[in-house]
Design a protein around this ligand. Sequence first.
Ligand SMILES: C[S@@+](CC[C@H](N)C(=O)[O-])C[C@H]1O[C@@H](n2cnc3c(N)ncnc32)[C@H](O)[C@@H]1O
Length: 306
Amino acid sequence: MSTDFQHRSVLLDATVELLAPRPGGRYLDGTLGGGGHSELLLQRSAPDGFVLGLDRDLSALDAARARLAPFGSRFEARQGRASQLAELAADQGPFDGMLLDLGVSSPQLDRAERGFSFQQDGPVDMRMDPSQGASAAELLDELDEDELVDILSQLGEEPRARRIARAVLAGRPWTSTLALADCVARASGYHGSRTHPATRTFQALRMAVNEEPQELLAALDAAESLLGPGGRLAIISFHSLEDRVVKHRFRALCGLDAPRDPYGNPLPPPGWALLTRRGVSGADADPDNPRARSARLRVIQRLSVT
Ligand SMILES: C[S@@+](CC[C@H](N)C(=O)[O-])C[C@H]1O[C@@H](n2cnc3c(N)ncnc32)[C@H](O)[C@@H]1O
């Protein structure tokens, strides 16, 4: 790689195998990151497969463009949010496969100045695209206690949300991630656990700042309009809430939740088929990759004739 953007792709082989790239195929990577999945898609769709990559983070786009330059016009990268996929990618569709590898990349977490880290000091920012929207510090300035409790419990699944929220709001304004992490650690009263006591709080704030739940729902809608007959949609999630959203949407599209109408008549055949019944667990399929521990991959395919 020609930049210092180091991200180890999660479930790389399993994902690309299930997307089944072929020569001449057209693929959409809605969360390009360092371009690891896109690179393998380009290799496996040689000599003339095409990948359009999208990311909201300019530094990821720069890194992926440099890495994938050898593929020439077979690869194109655009900046944008997954929720804008329908508009940003329509001119290149329909696609034979689409990938969403949700969450953050290692460089976003590791570069202190991006403000995602509770281990290195930086501004309390956490925006994947620092030119858009409110930073985590600005969000914290605006929230009341109940709103912060909701964010911490729903997006962080933090059982001690109330006492953490109180302490965090009392300590505003926040300018240092280490100071914020220290406040959370003291307020939570967690001692001796394997994970840092601020892990769940930082995850919840990051998801709220980047509107990740809303982004996922909008990206799922867009995917349905962008995939052609036989097209496959693969989603890797790292959070149980996101995985539940993906699982339910996939089951609904595949007609698995209500195969009969309210009068008991069979419904028309669904337009999609589930390719991963229980999902593929990162711990099982990518055991040597620490980033894959909480990952789950789910894949569906649009049927050719419905
Ligand atoms: C886990 S990384 C992807 C890594 C990539 N698959 C690879 O192998 O290098 C996720 C990337 O998606 C981007 N991202 C996350 N949510 C996004 C969204 N809603 N819209 C656009 N990009 C998003 C992040 O900026 C990050 O670069």
